[in-house]
Ligand binder design. Structure first.
Ligand SMILES: O=C(O)c1cccc(C(=O)CC[C@H]2O[C@@H](n3cnc4c(=O)[nH]cnc43)[C@H](O)[C@@H]2O)c1
Length: 219
């Protein structure tokens, strides 16, 4: 089974690689640090899929992220039930219109439901929408606006929708796994707990192989 994991930065890539270091031989993984933001993520994912000697069975967007209270606290893990483009659209006098409402395609990609649920169970993660934003939320007002528009939102990060957009035309299923380094809300960079989130990322990927083993046998 071939799995492409796309992170943003090298420390995230290394945390994923550490989690996979005891993975069984049937699980062949390629782990990228493609850059920050949806455009870099999409470009990196599309290139890796196109250059692969054999097709991939699964793509996983992974890394640290902001958590929405109370669903996801710092140090916790979130598995995406949907991967949502949360700030791609148009601001109007009646509010935000997403890219689907504008008639330009989809505003969310859906991971395989059973797989996402099984990964959440195996990793002790919350299962909920993960929002992709190009601008990190920095105020309570923006956090409340996003939470209202996306009921149940569990996390935000900057790459998932780009990864999923590149995987979709290749017909490759996609997951997103985020480990929470900070709360979504007023900006307080000093409060980000990056080492704890990276440790959680390693733990999440160490727990993945048995779930993928069951999934690849699904028939
Ligand atoms: O400084 C470091 O050591 C370091 C190590 C790993 C990652 C970073 C990053 O700054 C990664 C940026 C990455 O993080 C995601 N992220 C994290 N929190 C949020 C958030 O509240 N809202 C949106 N994105 C967030 C995002 O996906 C960035 O790519 C630094």
């Amino acid at each position: 089974m071939r799995v492409l994991v796309v992170t943003a930065v090298p420390p995230e890539r290394d945390a994923v690689v550490n989690g996979l270091n005891a993975a069984p031989a049937w699980l062949v993984t390629e782990v990228l640090a493609a850059g920050v933001g949806p455009a870099a993520a999409a470009a990196g994912t599309a290139t890796a899929l196109a250059l692969a000697p054999e097709p991939h069975d699964l793509v996983i967007a992974a890394g640290i992220g902001g958590g929405f209270a109370p669903a996801a606290g710092v140090g916790g893990t979130v598995v995406a039930s949907s991967i949502v483009a949360a700030d791609l659209g148009a601001q109007t006098s009646d509010g935000f219109l997403d890219v689907a409402e504008l008639g330009f395609g989809v505003a969310a990609h859906e991971p395989p439901e059973g797989l996402a649920r099984a990964v959440a169970t195996a990793t002790g993660a919350a299962l909920g929408p993960v929002l992709t934003v190009s601008t990190v939320t920095g105020t309570a007002e923006r956090a409340a606006e996003l939470a209202k528009r996306h009921p149940g939102a569990a996390a935000e990060a900057m790459e998932g929708f780009g990864v999923a957009t590149a995987a979709a035309p290749a017909g490759v299923p996609v997951l997103e796994i985020r480990c929470v380094s900070n709360a979504v809300g007023p900006r307080d960079r000093a409060a980000w707990r990056i080492p704890a989130a990276l440790r959680a990322l390693t733990d999440a990927f160490a727990a993945l192989p048995p779930v993928l083993d069951t999934w690849r046998d699904r028939g």
